[in-house]
Design a protein around this ligand. Sequence first.
Ligand SMILES: Cc1cc2nc3c(=O)[nH]c(=O)nc-3n(C[C@H](O)[C@H](O)[C@H](O)COP(=O)(O)OP(=O)(O)OC[C@H]3O[C@@H](n4cnc5c(N)ncnc54)[C@H](O)[C@@H]3O)c2cc1C
Ligand code: SF4
Length: 482
Amino acid sequence: MKIKTRRDYIESLRKLKLNLWMFGERVASPVDHPIIIPSMNAVSFTYELALDAQHEDLMTATSHLTGKKINRFTHIFQSTEDLVKKVRRQRLLGQKTACCFQRCVGMDALNSVYSTSFEIDAKHGTTYHQNLKKFLLYVQEENPVVDGAMTDPKGDRSLPPHQQEDPDMYLRVVERRPDGIVVRGAKAHQTGIANSHEILVMPTSSMAEKDKEYAVSFAVPTDAPGIVIIFGRQSCDTRKMEGSEMDVGNSVFGGHEALVVFDNVFVPHERIFMNGETEFVGMMVERFSGHHRPSYACKVGVGDVLIGATALSADYCGVSKASHVRDKLVEMTHLNETIYSSALACSTEGWATPSGAYQIDQMLANVCKHNVTRFTYDIARFAEDIAGGLMVTMPSEKDFRHPQIGHYVDKYFKGVAAVPTEKRLRILRLIENLTLGSGAVGYRTESMHGAGSPQAQRIMIARLGNFDYKKKLAKAIAKVKD
Ligand SMILES: Cc1cc2nc3c(=O)[nH]c(=O)nc-3n(C[C@H](O)[C@H](O)[C@H](O)COP(=O)(O)OP(=O)(O)OC[C@H]3O[C@@H](n4cnc5c(N)ncnc54)[C@H](O)[C@@H]3O)c2cc1C
Ligand code: SF4
């Protein structure tokens, strides 16, 4: 692996010439920007932990292509054990960073494009799978971060791509050249793009023949000519520029998203993995969302941190023995472990695709993500309940440390006598970060919409629910004869 350490990783990012914009200005050096640094720290942790012997089994794997040791984020799942290890790793990284560590979308994209390109080639005699394998060999060897890009801006959601008033609302091929294609469009909400070396693009929803130009999958470097990255704002983001560690809540780690514009970007043939095969778009989308839904075991790890912070906030103000507080902590834990159970369940029920790559059980993966869309909100609600109002009304760190007024803050916001006020304030800021601040982007809204909004899971659950079979079961037991 060429990029092994945090230092290797940051140096490799420095070499990128990203066309990145934030607050109306071009960012000359993203790796040095205070709003981007916490998110870079979270990704770099996926490198650091892979070097820790204690976590080697979850963080690294053996390449099925070369037999070499690789970072598990670049691995193609070869068994149900691999799927389960992914889920465990997601929880572990969530616990250690309490944020979105960004590297999983690319991993899930690699896996779904790998298995789908194999089946496109089998039907059409194309060479997409060879292209993907070549790309994968480079990814496993160099160990870069691959951004997984599925979501188009989509314009009028009631219309398919070819009927949009602006044809660029879905990313499409605008020119075919002897050496490749030129694409135009955009991908919205791109997690970790400023910390990524490559972007792996997939279509966003099933398509018909008339959408042929939109049925395209490929990979290009994030600094390819024509790519423009417009950084997304997060709640409380500028607190990271104020120099207060306490007020940020999670001062080391964070996530980010951005709009990525493809303004006539050239893609060479060997980087194309689908090009017009509309009948395979549904398979690629379903396989990606199928893999990405249990990846939300990351939220279980973040949930562990939030439950811990909530329990501490109760300790610090003397309510930890109250029966309703104990019961709420139990309920939070039950919800969190229910998400984890469904992530593990869909992995243990995995199956081999014709390419040999393993896929999760779709029904259970959708149940898992549906749990995520609800339970994180319930957990956040309990956290806010137990934290009390101070979480949103407390003064800044500057006031707390001020020689003239600091002693008032210290005196009046003390809880139990034995615990210094600062500990209480720090924990409340962490809860604020995860439920309302920049961490809530990952813990709440990403739980709702990331890997598909709730209705996307309900559609899959309805499709896979097999109600006719269940009716037959009922008839057999009740001796109802047709
Ligand atoms: C924090 C965050 C990080 C993300 N990271 C990534 C990433 O790295 N890569 C990536 O590709 N994507 C990413 N996503 C995108 C995510 O997959 C989408 O948000 C999700 O698919 C929903 O799309 P949307 O946001 O455009 O919602 P919308 O399409 O605007 O949905 C809004 C509402 O309209 C409903 N709706 C939409 N279309 C229809 C329709 N045709 N019929 C009926 N109802 C409809 C939805 O169910 C929902 O209730 C991320 C999202 C978030 C919030
Ligand atoms: S939300 Fe979770 S699964 Fe998705 S990229 Fe972030 S950490 Fe990974």
